[in-house]
Design a protein around this ligand. Structure first.
Ligand SMILES: C[S@@+](CC[C@H](N)C(=O)[O-])C[C@H]1O[C@@H](n2cnc3c(N)ncnc32)[C@H](O)[C@@H]1O
Length: 141
């Protein structure tokens, strides 16, 4: 008889097709973001996002952010002395939130819809001064 005390299924990460990720429904509720039923971001990560934003904005200039999520780090980046904030977001529902954020942000925001792996060539080499990538696990989350 096995003495395992857990169910293997709990530890399986659902493989997600990145192109599918773009159109999966995003649900924002009480400081949490789920995409396609997957937990993606929660507001208890705020202090970590604040520190990442401080580091990524350390050179001022242009900051590139991969993934908008709840926009926590994006808000902190906007509190720094920067010239421009480029944000790449793959999910179409999250991108709607990003566009709203861009309209009200104190510093210029350039929102780009797509997987960063696909859209990065549209950003000229050596044109950014800091990068913030807070995506977890893989390029799927
Ligand atoms: C962990 S959240 C980002 C959290 C964000 N820093 C915050 O403070 O709320 C990850 C975000 O990256 C997006 N994302 C995941 N993979 C991506 C990719 N390959 N390209 C662009 N966006 C991606 C997700 O849709 C999600 O909105």
């Amino acid at each position: 008889m096995s003495d395992k005390k857990y169910d293997d299924a709990l530890f399986k990460i659902d493989p997600i097709d990145p192109s599918d990720w773009k159109k999966k429904p995003a649900v924002f509720s009480k400081g949490k973001l789920k995409i396609g039923g997957h937990p993606v971001m929660e507001d208890w990560e705020d202090a970590y996002m604040k520190e990442l934003a401080r580091i990524a904005s350390g050179n001022s200039g242009v900051v590139l952010e991969l993934g908008f999520g709840l926009g926590l780090s994006a808000n902190y980046i906007q509190q720094q002395s920067i010239d421009k904030h480029i944000i790449i977001e793959a999910n179409k529902d999250v991108f709607v939130k990003l566009e709203e954020f861009a309209k009200n942000a104190p510093h210029k925001v350039e929102p780009i819809l797509g997987l960063w792996e696909e859209v990065l060539p549209s950003i000229p080499d050596e044109s950014v001064d800091g990068i913030l990538d807070s995506r977890k696990f893989s390029s799927n989350t």
